[in-house]
Design a protein around this ligand. Structure first.
Ligand code: CTP
Ligand code: MG
Length: 245
């Protein structure tokens, strides 16, 4: 990191309050185990692995904050990283807002990272932080798409959907987290933008502010469906095997 960037303080908000409906019945998604360790603990460690991160704010299921606090107390994190646990809300957007409200003074760079992306490599985290510290208002990691994407129109249930457009694939990116922001821009976005949004950067876009994409990583995929658990455990097994050499 450059000298200039050392003056900045960075916190990460981790929304972890979702149920994980698409993963099927069981504990809230963030508390499900991957190779014996809760997904949330992997995600917190992935953020704490960056030397630039001084605080992690975990947004727990609304009735689960004490349990999540105990869980984090029981799992080792680096000395340099503080953490806080706050209860979340009914939507991801509300959960992130509750996390932002818990940030102390003195933090000027904020990352938002899904607990459901437990395996993001530290190099991706550092690349996002570096881009914000060098002046970007909003930074998202993204990857080129393998599939062609079609825009469709709604059709009657069971009927084929008419295609209305095919955006040029080379211009598209599938975006991941952590997404990084100048704190004041993200807070303003959460205070003013309403409506259904699926990521934080799009809220900042709605303020008319610039958002940039840096290289994402295939291991930053989101655990959404049961097959993703199999993939995540395979990634962990591969890491363990590689560490052995
Ligand atoms: N999230 C949250 N609060 C909510 C809903 C989601 O903090 N009310 C978090 C999830 O815990 C997750 C992230 O937002 O880390 C991304 O959401 P998603 O992958 O959709 O997780 P869930 O909402 O839990 O899953 P599903 O949509 O299948 O129920
Ligand atoms: Mg969801």
């Amino acid at each position: 990191m450059s000298d200039e960037s050392r003056h900045h303080r960075t916190a990460v908000v981790i929304p972890a309050a979702g149920r994980g409906v698409r993963l099927g019945p069981g504990a809230p998604k963030a508390l499900r185990a991957l190779n014996g360790t809760p997904m949330l603990v992997h995600a917190v460690r992935a953020m704490a692995a960056s030397r630039a991160v001084s605080l992690v704010v975990v947004v727990a299921p609304p009735d689960g904050a004490p349990e999540v606090k105990r869980l984090l107390d029981a799992h080792a994190l680096p000395e340099r990283t503080d953490y806080l646990v706050v209860p979340g809300g009914d939507s991801r957007q509300e959960s992130v807002r509750l996390g932002l409200e818990a940030l102390p003074d003195g933090i000027d760079t904020v990352l938002v990272h899904d607990a459901a992306r437990p395996l993001v490599p530290v190099d991706t985290v550092d690349a996002v932080i570096e881009a914000v510290r060098e002046g970007a208002v909003a930074v998202v990691p993204g990857l080129p798409l393998a599939d062609t994407v079609k825009q469709v129109e709604a059709a009657a249930k069971g009927e084929p959907e008419p295609v209305v457009a095919t955006p040029e694939r080379a211009t598209l990116r599938a975006v991941q987290t952590p997404q990084g922001f100048a704190r004041d821009a993200l807070v303003r976005a959460h205070e003013t933008v309403t409506g259904n949004v699926t990521d934080d950067a799009s809220m900042v876009e709605q303020l008319g502010l610039p958002v940039v994409v840096v290289a994402g990583h295939e291991e930053a995929f989101k655990v959404t469906r049961p097959l993703d658990l199999v993939l995540a455990e395979a990634v962990l097994a591969r890491r363990r095997a590689n560490d052995g050499f």
